[in-house]
Design a protein around this ligand. Structure first.
Ligand code: NAG
Ligand code: NAG
Ligand code: NAG
Length: 210
């Protein structure tokens, strides 16, 4: 049984024990994070999970509703998280913390369809290997789907995922009516090697062990 599976099992046992294990897991995560191996390129679904979990933010494209830009693509940066950092947290679900005061979120209220891109160029990996961001070896993933608000029980999971990686979020102005949302993935493209894009289905994506 993996360390992560142990921790998940312990969560249902005594909570003190679970907290201790979670601490150990987080501590070992700090060590493992440095050496966690990138999946081989033939495992495209695992690659997609790996890249998303390695990234704290992404570029989100909406269809603009702004005067003068209506219907045109509009890409913007958003903080995201699929779970606490380290090897134990990744759910594969990109969670976001949004307010309808935000320009792209106003687009989503009219049309929730969107595209999200994340890249290992956002991590030390590509710099270390001297891969240009446009080089496929600097793996990047393109998700297409829609943004949906999460219900109250999923909001607890989203909050933990986001606030552990983006502690500043807790102090964002309360009167901006922040809410938790997720990217509802319908299509996935993986660019991680030469020879063209690979298509991964959401079913494959969510069923692999990252
Ligand atoms: C969003 O995309 C889906 C799939 O292509 C499409 O059926 C739907 O009409 C789109 N929604 C809007 C509001 O355009
Ligand atoms: C909340 O959403 C999750 C994920 O979609 C779902 O599994 C769960 O049943 C929902 N809970 C309620 C109370 O609707
Ligand atoms: C996610 O998108 C699919 C395909 O457009 C849609 O059928 C489904 O209802 C969406 N899920 C949610 C939670 O909105």
């Amino acid at each position: 049984m993996s360390r992560c599976a142990l921790v998940r099992g312990a969560m249902s046992a005594s909570s003190a024990m679970a907290r201790l294990l979670l601490f150990l897991c987080a501590a070992s995560g700090l060590l493992l994070a440095a050496v966690a191996a990138i999946p081989p390129p033939e495992e495209a679904a695992r690659m997609a999970r790996y890249v998303l979990h390695s990234c704290d933010w992404g570029a989100l494209a909406t269809l603009s509703t702004q005067e003068g830009l209506r219907g045109r693509p509009f890409a913007n940066i958003f903080s995201l998280s699929d779970g606490p950092p380290g090897p134990c947290g990744g759910s594969g679900v990109p969670y976001l913390y949004l307010t309808d005061m935000e320009i792209s979120v106003q687009d989503l209220e009219v049309n929730s369809n969107a595209s999200l891109t994340v890249s290992l160029a956002q991590t030390p990996y590509c710099r270390k290997h001297k891969y240009d961001p446009q080089n496929p070896l600097c793996a990047h993933i393109i998700f297409v789907g829609s943004i949906v608000k999460v219900n109250d029980s999923e909001a607890d999971i989203a909050k933990k995922a986001l606030f552990t990686r983006h502690p500043e979020m807790e102090s964002w102005p309360k009167d901006h009516n922040w809410f938790f949302a997720k990217f509802n993935i319908t299509n996935i493209w993986v660019l991680d090697y030469f020879g063209g894009l690979k298509i991964v289905t959401p079913e494959e994506y969510y069923s692999v062990k990252p």
